[in-house]
Structures are given as structure tokens and as C-alpha cells.
Design a protein around this ligand. Structure first.
Ligand code: PEP
Ligand code: MN
Length: 662
């Protein structure tokens, strides 16, 4: 049983709780659960949980039915998000992000770890792995470079802005290694080395806990409990394959452990496909399966020259294979409702920092604006782009998002522009034309899973009214067609529809919105996944004020959390003369420069019947060398294309260029 204490509880109240527990036959321990102080009570005692919950200083009581109390979902419902690294170089593991750790099996030399760090970072890995102390089956095999190797790895991590994780094999070494590593790894062979777990846990640093080759899930979670009970609050579980009768792979990746552990525990779960399969060609499929099964990240062995590796060469990926894997993860992530956390590429970070610091934001706000209430899809997109803890500003309409960004009450905003089933959200495209000082600076795709949501007491057979945003209705057309008697009431956004039901306590009204919105307002999901087609994605763009007003090609400040990778996409709007070949002439300018058109849509111009604006998205050519003195956010040939387009169009708007996922 876990008694979560109120923040600022007095010593007296705490003593009273301990006495209460001891009087009823429990032993009581002071422990930490995430950011909360708790008293862990164990033993054969009997207590009235309700009464205990009413004692002064008790926030809540979690009755746990599992032997791993601090690690169990029962003690903490929300996912734990583990932060690794020092301020300015921090990486989060858990929640909706996919965190990829990569590096060699072992640190072999200063150059090898520096080279690998730069390579994996270039492909988007956010943390560096590598063994300085290698637990090898043979005493004659390479044992690692020890503390010297760890020094090299720390330097390589720092040079590339990546926190590091490395294996610790003894309690004595844990103390020596503490200040050099950002995260300790407990290797599979040491999962039940309890003295090691106690020592490492007591140092308070984040720990990556590998599953033992023949450990049950319960034994693995008990090992995590040792770490948590010893004082660390940051434990990440790592499935790395278990010993089975199969011999064609090094181990057997226990994919099913991922959803099982995620249900049993609040701790993040990552997967090590390299040690699981042990064969280079099988690493990527296993990695993708892990992501599809809900893993919060991966740790992958990559070597610049695997054939020369001193350990685990056969399972180490070539850098090109790792790059390909990262791209595939990026494409897969939205399908499972996640986003790949990427590190900005190093060569652009200085430029981006300059743009940010000279940006014209009038206010000091660091908030990100979105339209809607808590649980809105736009809020989910915002959290994917900026993290769960991002300060946010909820406003009632899309126009209000633009206004907040323009007047500086928000540093950036997140708005939907297109849905894969229902098409463009024209209202927002039109806003870009009305707000020329606002530009698109980022893009992300969110998988939309709609739910029919109603009051706890409601029954689907008694529903008579359904509320949602018109897009919500459009995307659930087939489901709604099966209920012709329902009256549809349009709302400004899906979450506002949910909020209205919570406010009114109505039982015959349902809303179409996200599961998160149902949770935010304490309502029930009557039916989940009611969208006509499960391949239902909404493209959100991140908007920001333009940099210095020098014209359409001026970069807008890019929020630091979006990184500063070279843009690969741009959005334009233009109109052409009413004469033969005028649209063709514009498209030819793009085609001649190898610029790929990914969207072309025509829209009537307000107030000018039968005249149209063209909405164009283009994919910019792959990275080429960046010319000296050029603004690296723009490609020269693209800049030339824009200049030429301006001469061939009547009205021309450059909405922005940004980094989009593949
Ligand atoms: C490692 O990650 O380097 C390693 C030795 O893994 P495991 O402990 O899972 O075998
Ligand atoms: Mn290895």
C-alpha cells in the first residue's frame, strides 16, 4: 500500500500517519514516487483505506495488489516521464514520444566513439550508448576501456549534445562513474544483482534496467522496485530478448512483454532489438515491431565499420541502415499515436539560435496557443511537438490563435490545416492571407481516432443529439449514417463539444472527440474508433511571427523545441492571370528545379466570382551544400524559384517553409 503525502505536510502529521499504520500492523517506509513523497506500508496489517485517506496530510492512498508497489500502475496511473541529462542537454523518455538511443556496443577508442556519436546524431538519435565495462561471456574477450572509455564517451556526448548511458557492473564502479554518466545501465546479466541495484538506486541518477535473459516480467519489475525503493525515481525498463529454445536468433524478443508491462507499470519501456535478435538484418524489423507494440523508444547498436567492431559487430547496424530505420520510425510513429523525438542537426543550430534571439516577439510569453479546450486534438499535436509539459494557452478560435501569436501573448501556435479524409481546413488557409506577419514554421501529422463520448449514465440507444466540429462529423460519416435519427450540432472544436456535455450533465447528448477529451472532462467513451477510415490523419502546422518583416522569404523564429533542421517543405498560395498556360508556367518553374509538388488545390477568391487561388505545397530538394553567407534556412534554387514565380503570378503569398516528417 502506498500513502501519497500532500506537498508541505508537517512532521507532526507525517508522524501521526506512521503511528496509524504501525498500530494497525504495517511497517512504514519513507519513499519517493515520481515527484511525490510517499509512505510505503507493507506487512499483514489491516486498515480502512477510506479512513486513512482522510488523515491530515494524506493526498491519496493507493492499495497495490502487486509486490512491486512503487513500480506498479496502481500506485501511479499516469505514465512516468524520465528526464536524462543536464539542463540544456536533456532528453525525455516516456509518454507520447519515441526516444532513440544509439551507439556502439563498446567504446573502443576516442575516435570511434566520437565518430559514432556524430553519425547517430545526424540520423536523429538523441542519446548515446556504449559500454566502458563489458560483461563478456569469455574472460579473454575485449572487456572495455574502463574509466578511460567513459571519459571518451562523455566528451563525445557533450560534443554532440547527447546525454550518455553506459553499463555499470559493480557497486564500487557505480560511485566512480556517477559524475561521468547521465544514466546508468544495469545489464541483463546483472538484473538480479541486488547489491548493485541498491547502490545504483541510491545514487539517484536515471537507470536503464535491462530484462534478465531468463527473468519473468514480475522478477524484472521487482528489480525495478529495488531501484525505486533505494531512492531513484527515474527507471526505464528495457526488453532485450529472453532465452528460449530458439537458436536462429541470439535471444527471442518478447514483444508481448511491452503491452503487458505498460499495463502493469507506469515506467517507460524501451526495446533493444540488437541484443534481442543478434543479427544485423533482423534488427530493423524487430525495432519497428517494438514501436508498433507501444515501446517508448529503442536502444540500438550502430558502428561506423561493424566488421571491425571489437564486440557485437554482427548485430551492429551500418550508419546507413540506422538512418533508414529512423526514417521508417518517423513514418510509423503517428500510426501508434506517437512522435519521434529528434535532435536538431548540429550545423544549423547556431543560425537558428540567432533567429530566435532576434525574433520580433513583442511579449515574453513562452506559451504555445491552440484552439479548443483541454483534450482538443490541437492540444495533443502541441504536446507532440513541444512536450507534455509545454506551457500552453487555450483560446476559443483559430483566429484567436493567430492573434495570440501576433500580439506576443504566445510564442507560437498550433493549428490544423488539412485532414486526410475531409480535406483542407480552409478557414485556416484563409487566415494566413489575412495575417501576412504569421508564417508556418513546423508541421506534424496526428492520427485522429474519434470516440463517441457521453455522460457516465448515458446509453448509446438513448442518444438523440451529437455535437462535434463539422470535420468530426465528416470524418465519422459512415458511423453517423447508421444512426439517422441523431441530430448533429456543430461546435467550434471537438473538445468544446465534450465540455458542453460535462457542463450541462446531459445524458441524451454525445460528442465526437478524442479519448483525451473524455478523460479531461471525466466522461465515458461509448464507442472508440468511429472514424470512417482508420488512416485518418490531420496535418497541423506550427505558426510563429515572421523574423524581421523584410519580405516573404524572411524566416520566422523557430521555437527551439522544433529543432533547426533544414526545411524540406514549403507552402505557397498564388493566383494567375486568366490566360492559357499561366498555371502551367508556374508549375514549370518548380519542375525545372526538381521541386516536387505535394499538394495543389484551387479555392475561389472571396468577392471575385470564378477567380481562384492555388494552394501549393512543395517538397524541397534534398540537402545540398549551403552556400556561404546564404540564409541556410533557404535553398538557393528554391529562392530562385520563388523570385521567378512572383513574376508569373498575380497575387503571391509565401506561407512558410519548415521541416516536415516524411
Ligand atoms: C549492452 O547493451 O551492451 C549489453 C551488454 O546488453 P545486455 O545486458 O542486454 O546483454
Ligand atoms: Mn552489445
Amino acid at each position: 500500500m502506498i500513502v501519497v503525502l500532500s506537498k508541505g505536510i508537517s512532521t507532526h502529521d507525517k508522524d501521526m500517519i506512521r503511528i496509524y499504520l504501525k498500530d494497525r500492523g504495517f511497517s512504514a517506509r519513507d519513499q519517493i514516487l515520481g515527484d511525490d513523497a510517499v509512505i510505503g506500508a507493507s506487512g499483514k496489517g489491516v486498515a480502512d483505506i477510506r479512513e486513512l485517506g482522510l488523515l491530515p496530510g494524506v493526498e491519496r492512498v493507493a492499495a497495490t495488489s502487486r509486490p512491486y508497489e512503487l513500480a506498479s500502475r496502481e500506485s501511479r496511473v499516469e505514465d512516468t516521464i524520465v528526464t536524462v541529462g543536464t539542463p540544456g542537454q536533456q532528453v525525455k523518455i516516456g509518454g507520447s514520444r519515441i526516444t532513440v538511443i544509439a551507439g556502439p556496443c563498446a567504446v573502443e577508442s576516442k575516435n570511434q566513439i566520437a565518430e559514432t556519436a556524430a553519425l547517430v546524431r545526424e540520423s536523429g538519435a538523441v542519446m548515446l550508448r556504449g559500454g566502458a565495462y563489458k560483461p563478456r561471456t569469455s574472460p579473454y574477450a575485449f572487456q572495455g576501456l574502463g574509466m578511460e572509455g567513459l571519459e571518451y564517451m562523455k566528451a563525445a556526448g557533450e560534443a554532440n549534445g547527447m546525454p550518455i548511458v553506459t553499463e555499470v557492473v559493480s557497486p564500487e564502479l557505480a560511485v566512480q562513474m556517477k559524475d561521468l554518466t547521465d544514466m546508468f545501465q544495469i545489464g541483463a546479466r546483472n538484473m538480479q544483482n541486488f547489491e548493485l541495484l541498491k547502490k545504483v538506486g541510491s545514487l539517484g541518477k536515471p537507470v536503464l534496467l535491462k530484462r534478465g535473459p531468463s527473468a519473468t516480467i514480475e522478477e524484472w519489475l521487482m528489480a525495478a522496485e529495488y531501484l525505486l525503493a533505494s531512492g531513484t525515481k527515474d527507471v526505464v525498463l528495457c526488453e532485450r530478448g529472453i532465452r528460449t529454445f530458439e537458436t536462429y536468433t541470439r535471444n527471442t524478443l518478447d514483444i508481448s512483454a511491452i503491452p503487458v508491462v505498460k499495463a502493469l507499470s507506469h515506467l517507460p519501456v524501451i526495446v533493444d532489438p540488437s541484443h534481442a535478435v543478434g543479427i544485423r538484418a533482423k534488427v530493423a524489423p524487430a525495432a519497428l515491431a517494438a514501436i508498433a507494440a507501444g515501446a517508448n523508444g529503442l536502444t540500438v547498436e550502430v558502428h561506423p565499420r561493424p566488421d571491425e567492431a571489437l564486440s557485437d559487430g554482427p548485430q551492429s547496424l551500418y550508419p546507413e541502415q540506422f538512418e533508414r530505420l529512423m526514417r521508417d520510425i518517423e513514418a510509423l510513429a503517428p500510426v501508434v499515436g506517437k512522435e519521434l523525438l529528434r535532435t536538431p542537426r548540429p550545423h544549423l543550430s547556431v543560425e537558428s539560435a540567432a533567429v530566435i534571439s532576434t525574433g520580433h516577439s513583442t511579449g515574453q510569453s513562452d506559451k504555445i496557443a491552440f484552439s479548443g479546450e483541454s483534450g482538443a486534438y490541437a492540444e495533443q499535436a502541441l504536446m507532440r511537438a513541444f512536450g507534455e509539459e509545454a506551457p500552453r494557452l487555450s483560446v476559443p478560435s483559430f483566429t484567436a490563435v493567430f492573434n495570440a501569436v501576433l500580439d506576443g501573448s504566445a510564442a507560437a501556435g498550433v493549428i490544423p490545416v488539412e485532414n486526410s479524409l475531409a480535406g483542407s481546413i480552409h478557414e485556416n488557409y484563409d487566415l494566413f492571407l489575412r495575417y501576412p506577419d504569421i508564417a508556418m514554421v513546423g508541421e506534424l501529422k496526428l492520427r485522429i481516432v474519434h470516440c463517441l463520448i457521453a455522460d457516465e449514465r448515458a446509453n448509446i440507444d438513448n442518444i438523440s443529439i451529437v455535437r462535434s466540429h463539422p470535420q468530426g462529423f465528416a470524418q465519422c460519416q459512415e458511423f453517423l449514417d447508421k444512426h439517422p435519427g441523431w441530430q448533429l450540432e456543430p461546435y467550434n472544436n471537438t473538445a468544446a463539444a465534450v465540455a458542453s456535455i460535462a457542463r450541462e450533465g446531459a445524458v441524451k447528448v454525445a460528442a465526437i472527440a478524442s479519448e483525451a477529451a473524455a478523460q479531461a472532462f471525466g466522461l465515458k467513451v461509448l464507442r472508440a474508433g468511429i472514424e470512417t477510415n482508420p488512416l485518418n490523419y490531420t496535418r497541423f502546422v506550427i505558426i510563429s511571427r515572421r523574423g524581421d518583416g523584410k519580405g516573404e522569404l524572411t524566416a520566422a523564429p523557430v521555437p527551439p523545441s522544433l529543432g533547426s533542421e533544414k526545411p524540406n517543405k514549403a507552402s505557397l498560395v498564388f493566383s494567375v492571370n486568366d490566360e492559357p498556360g499561366s498555371l502551367f508556367a508556374c508549375l514549370k518553374i518548380l519542375s525545372e528545379r526538381g521541386i516536387n509538388l505535394s499538394k495543389l488545390e484551387s479555392r475561389p477568391i472571396h468577392g471575385q466570382p470564378w477567380r481562384y487561388l492555388f494552394y501549393v505545397d512543395v517538397h524541397l530538394p534534398a540537402e545540398g551544400p549551403i552556400p556561404q553567407n546564404a540564409n541556410p534556412r533557404f535553398d538557393v534554387s528554391f529562392e530562385g524559384a520563388i523570385e521567378e514565380l512572383k513574376t508569373k503570378t498575380e497575387d503571391f503569398y509565401f506561407l512558410g517553409n519548415y521541416r516536415a516528417a516524411v
